[in-house]
Ligand binder design. Structure first.
Ligand code: ATP
Length: 235
């Protein structure tokens, strides 16, 4: 199995308070994985661990071949280029058009050819189901759902093997949330691993996939098959 994430004996603590202890998890490149659990249970912290925004108190973190727990500052941009991160509040540059937002990331990650960049913008907008003309708009001219689609397009610029999404539908109404979930599902079906922290347990019904449930310092790992069985039993 082709692993994109491997956590070994992970401990996360803040000022002496232990958030997780001895977590061991592997995620394969083909998987869609939900991170569930109450507020403060450590979902965001776990994602931060994966994109080197947080170091474990102990244990080993491997992501896309990078040994993240001992990564050097110079390698952090290369790790981050190998994955895409999506947040609840979109984090688009508000003073730039959609196209400029996408170009910003392309240039920061070494893209130079203007024609290739323009074509890539069109390709990305098509992938996230936004009309071509969206590229000329400013973020404030877009709905929340459209802004999140742009953020997802931005995360896909360098064809990452792994997408990390931290509560990506937290600011969206239920109907738009479902359409964004559908988009993540498509991205996963095209071969990108998706790890999504969410409070929306209803997603399990709409798209039954593996669930990691964070609670009281441990993570309960519920396989896709178990999720499907539970749904069949009406649990
Ligand atoms: N930088 C930090 N310094 C100190 N404590 C922190 C820090 N980051 C997170 N915590 C604490 O760690 C715990 C886990 O936080 P985290 O944000 O990972 O939880 P979460 O499950 O993502 O919560 P939510 O669902 O509300 O986003 C919380 O008690 C939080 O207050």
């Amino acid at each position: 199995m082709n692993q994109v994430v491997s956590l070994r004996n992970i401990k996360i603590s803040f000022e002496g308070a232990i958030i997780f202890n001895d977590v061991n998890i592997d995620v394969a490149s083909s998987e869609f994985v939900y991170l569930l659990g109450p507020t403060g249970s450590g979902k965001s912290s776990l994602l931060k661990l994966l994109y080197a925004d947080l170091l474990p108190a102990s244990g080993k973190v491997k992501v896309n071949g990078f040994q993240v727990n001992e990564i050097s500052d110079k390698d952090v941009p290369f790790l981050r280029r190998s994955l895409g991160v999506i947040f609840q509040d979109f984090e688009l540059l508000t003073d730039r058009t959609v196209e400029e937002n996408l170009h910003f990331v392309m240039k920061a990650t070494g893209w130079k050819n203007e024609v290739k960049m323009r074509n890539k913008v069109d390709e990305l907008l098509e992938k996230v189901h936004l009309p071509k003309l969206t590229k000329e708009k400013m973020p404030h001219q877009l709905s929340g759902g459209e802004q999140q689609r742009v953020a997802i397009a931005r995360a896909l610029v360098n064809s990452p093997k792994l997408i990390l999404a931290d509560e990506p539908t937290g600011n969206l109404d239920p109907k738009v949330s479902r359409s964004i979930l559908q988009l993540f599902k498509e991205i996963n079906e095209e071969g990108t691993c998706v790890i999504m922290a969410t409070h929306q347990h209803s997603f399990l019904k709409l798209n039954p996939e593996r669930a990691l449930i964070c609670e009281k310092g441990i993570i309960k790992d519920i396989s896709k098959q178990q999720v499907q069985q539970r749904l069949e039993l009406g649990k």
